[in-house]
Design a protein around this ligand. Structure first.
Ligand code: GRF
Length: 199
């Protein structure tokens, strides 16, 4: 059984997609062990509670520095025997001490076709604002392994989405979520659990 921890910061629609996939039997061999947020008020925590999934807030603000936070998080997840850490709208940059502890076992969903519109400062709506400003006709989402860089780890899955006339950052974000993120993130977890992706 692959026990996964989902790290969140916001609304949790990607978490919901994972939960829905699991409950539909599409994630055999996967157990959503816990949902952890850096924000106590994140609606993603409510989604976890509604589905009986252990959830809690662990905030960097409660630690002396990011290394202490990263070490605590690594120990906490290791004690729960977590095999895969899924960053689903998680806005904290995890420090090297955490990434090394879970080398090759952390994945992230990014709302663009990496290497476009990624790296420092590219998150949430800012990604779609940049895509619209550049005038791209196609954008999409990427699931990738997390290394010590920002959005630089090996790519696992990508899915393209058309940019439509009159799109705003909000309408584009919604389409990318519906047509790409919510599909490829559960798919990547399924592939990893089935051993079709190195971990
Ligand atoms: C999404 O746009 C996702 O691509 C990005 O964070 C945003 C929040 O997603 N990583 P969610 O609704 O909290 O899953």
């Amino acid at each position: 059984m692959l026990k996964i921890a989902v790290l969140v910061s916001g609304g949790g629609t990607n978490l919901q997609a994972i939960i829905d996939s699991a409950e539909a039997g599409k994630l055999p061999g996967v157990s959503i062990d816990c949902v952890i947020s850096n924000k106590a008020g994140a609606y993603a925590l409510e989604r976890a509670k509604e589905h009986g999934i252990h959830s809690e807030c662990i905030s960097p603000k409660d630690f002396a520095d990011m290394d202490a936070y990263g070490s605590y998080m690594a120990d906490f997840l290791a004690k729960r025997d977590i095999g895969l850490v899924v960053l689903a709208g998680f806005l904290v940059v995890l420090p090297p001490v955490f990434i090394r502890a879970f080398a090759g076992r952390v994945i992230n969903i990014h709302p663009s076709l990496i290497p476009s519109f990624c790296g420092d400062g590219f998150y949430g709506l800012k990604v779609h604002e940049a895509a619209l400003a550049r005038g791209v006709k196609v954008t999409g989402a990427t699931v990738h392994y997390v290394d010590e860089g920002t959005d630089t780890g090996p790519i696992i899955l990508q899915k393209a989405v058309e940019v439509e006339e009159g799109d705003t950052p909000e309408t584009l974000q919604k389409r990318v979520m519906e047509q790409a993120e919510w599909i490829i993130l559960p798919k990547a977890i399924e592939m990893i659990a089935a051993g079709r992706q190195d971990i």
